[in-house]
Design a protein around this ligand. Structure first.
Ligand code: C2E
Ligand code: CA
Ligand code: CA
Length: 592
């Protein structure tokens, strides 16, 4: 009698509920008595056999004596076994030994391990599958169910792909997709872990809030691909320059946070400086080589019940301070910063009211023709007559207006006021208005200007718009469209603060620019420094050859005026002639 028949007979004798004979015929060697010609073959059996053979899961069944009674084709496939390797009647131990010998399981897995986990699973009586790892890395989900009267059935499903996908999703939800650094969500849990370890004897915890200076310009100038590459390179340098266990996280954009154990303030600041210097080394990206600087805010926690939210907030405040004091700065949080930030918040709220509530004023400063010494135009410079703080200079609120999206309405107010004022002045006086990048990149900007000209009746030839180099480099279609549309009307454009940005002369030919305004710092330096003088000279030369007006800002002395004249500039502006003055006073400059 064949092994299978034997097994069946014993099973039936013990009252085991076994599947029909033929169901097992597919995967295990057949005995002669259960051949295809067997009279026991019925429709039901055929269905059962088909189901077993085609099911997606491996299935095997052991009787009360732990002997194999059913085992389908998929089971063999999953374990890469030749289809005649297992025979009915084999004990679980024998089956496991075949699998182990065949190298299905990792080398350290023994039969005892498998038997133990099988019994644990059967005892638990839960529907929870257990996961088994195979030697080749695949993961099986195995479900054990005991059978009434003894024995059990187990099913095996290859869940490798599903598991990998789950692991990937879990990873993504905890990490930043671009840099693979931890994201904000994980930052809090990880920081909690680090914080939990801080007590009296342990070193304090330092939080660095790191922000790239002028990252937006990198994006605008070199495109988002380079921007992303730069962020990746920064992430890599942060990893290389921190220790294992430190937390590095990207909060989004160009903002990073680094958290680590530090022995006090000076150690934390030293680490911050080291990071800043490492990040300042040049970056060789695929399309461009560039340098950046970073600003860093530092907060340190020494108390017993540290809160990560508080530390992050403090580091962020310190960062904002660092940012406002120029590039590459590192600031340590101190309590007075909160006060300054709430003042700023106050200003933000009040600025809304100022724009609609008539608190803005324009002052005008003469632009003087160098050969005739006569005023040929004025620059409009905005001020805020604050209800309690007096007359605020633009430096105190233009940046805020840009940050909170108020620069467009503010700029529109300035344009309207300046055009209306200028319309009442003699026709030979032009008016220059400062326009921010955020205004030039608005699709409606040209329309707005045209509307204001129509409203105020100012001849477009008398309006000059001052742009910074950054605005030109944000050469989006929209900015260029506005530039072209407005210069077609006769409005002139000037480059402001020339020499402080990219100082590249190559773009001058690409845009309809009629004037270069050399930054104030050059005329001051020209008195003592040859390089500053050389730049003034070069700009004057370009003005002549390209037919552009050249002006130097910030002329305060006769000596400086003499330099400007000697170098052949066409216009000057500065306290030597006049400070910016209210509308009522500027008119006195228009007639000699
Ligand atoms: P800017 O366009 O470079 O304007 C010239 C600034 O230099 C003015 O400062 C002016 O008062 C100052 N200045 C002129 N001559 C001299 C001088 O001989 N010596 C010194 N030390 N300074 C001189 P202000 O009015 O404080 O404006 C500062 C900046 O605010 C402006 O720089 C401009 O960038 C911005 N700004 C002013 N009004 C507006 C505006 O309506 N819209 C926008 N977007 N920005 C504005
Ligand atoms: Ca200006
Ligand atoms: Ca300027």
């Amino acid at each position: 009698m064949g092994q299978m028949a034997l097994t069946r007979k014993r099973g039936i004798e013990r009252g085991l509920k076994l599947p029909p004979e033929d169901a097992v015929a597919d995967a295990c060697p057949k005995s002669s008595s259960a051949g295809p010609g067997s009279p026991l073959l019925s429709e039901r059996n055929k269905h059962f056999e088909a189901a077993l053979t085609h099911m997606n899961q491996g299935l095997c069944m052991f009787d009360a004596e732990s002997r194999l009674v059913v085992c389908n084709r998929r089971y063999h496939e999953i374990f890469n076994l030749p289809h005649d390797r297992l025979v009915f009647g084999m004990t679980q131990q024998a089956v496991c030994e075949v699998l182990i010998e065949h190298g299905c399981y990792p080398p350290n897995v023994t039969f005892e391990d498998i038997r133990e986990s099988t019994w644990q699973a059967l005892k638990a009586q839960t529907a929870e599958p257990i996961l088994r790892k195979l030697a080749d890395g695949r993961i099986l989900s195995v479900l054990y169910r005991s059978i009434e009267g003894g024995g059990w059935v187990s099913t095996f499903e290859d869940v490798t792909r599903q598991r990998l996908a789950e692991a990937r999703i879990a990873h993504l939800s905890r990490h930043d997709a671009l840099t693979d650094l931890t994201n904000v969500r994980t930052l809090h849990t990880e920081a909690g872990r680090l914080l939990a370890g801080v007590d009296g004897d342990e070193p304090a915890l330092a939080v660095l809030s790191v922000d790239l200076d002028q990252f937006k310009t990198v994006n605008d100038l070199h495109g988002h691909v380079s921007g992303d590459e730069l962020l990746l390179a920064v992430a890599r340098r942060l990893r290389e320059n921190t220790r294992k266990g430190d937390i590095i996280s990207r909060l989004g954009g160009d903002e990073f946070v680094v958290i680590f154990r530090a022995h006090g303030e000076s150690a934390a600041l030293a680490s911050a400086r080291r990071l800043r210097n490492a990040l300042a080394e040049p970056y060789d990206l695929s399309r461009v080589r560039l340098r950046i600087s970073v600003s860093i805010g530092v907060s340190i926690c020494t108390d017993d019940a540290p809160q990560i939210e508080k530390l992050l907030r403090e580091a962020d405040l310190a960062l904002r301070h660092a940012k406002s004091s120029g590039r590459g700065a590192i600031h340590l949080f101190d309590a007075s910063m909160s006060e300054l930030v709430s003042q700023r918040h106050q200003l933000e709220m009040e600025l809304h009211a100022a724009i609609v509530g008539d608190q803005l004023e324009l002052h005008y400063q003469p632009l003087v023709d160098i050969s005739t010494n006569r005023t040929v135009g004025v620059e409009a410079l905005v001020r805020w007559r604050h209800p309690t703080r007096g007359l605020l200079p633009p430096m105190e609120f233009i940046g805020i207006a840009e940050d909170i999206g108020l620069i467009a309405p503010l700029g529109e107010w300035v344009l309207r006021r300046a055009c209306a004022d200028a319309a009442a002045w003699p026709a030979h006086i032009s008016v220059a208005v400062n326009v921010a990048s955020a205004q030039m990149s608005r699709p409606t900007f040209a329309e707005t200007v045209i509307g204001i000209l129509a409203e105020t009746g100012l001849d477009p030839h008398r309006l000059e718009i001052e742009l910074t180099e950054t605005t030109l480099f944000v050469d989006t279609e929209t900015t260029l469209g506005n530039l072209d549309a407005l210069s077609a009307l006769g409005i002139r454009f000037a480059i402001d603060d020339f020499g402080t940005g990219y100082s590249s002369l190559s773009y001058l030919g690409r845009f309809p620019i009629g004037k270069i305004k050399i930054d104030r710092s050059f005329i001051v330096a020209a008195e003592t420094r040859g390089d500053a003088l050389a730049i003034i000279r070069a700009v004057a030369g370009i003005g002549v050859s390209l037919g552009m007006t050249t002006l130097v800002e910030g002329v305060e002395t006769q000596a400086q005026l003499n330099i400007a004249r000697a170098e052949g500039l066409s216009q000057v502006q500065g306290y030597f002639f006049s400070r910016p003055v209210p509308k009522g006073e500027i008119v006195s400059f228009f007639h000699d």
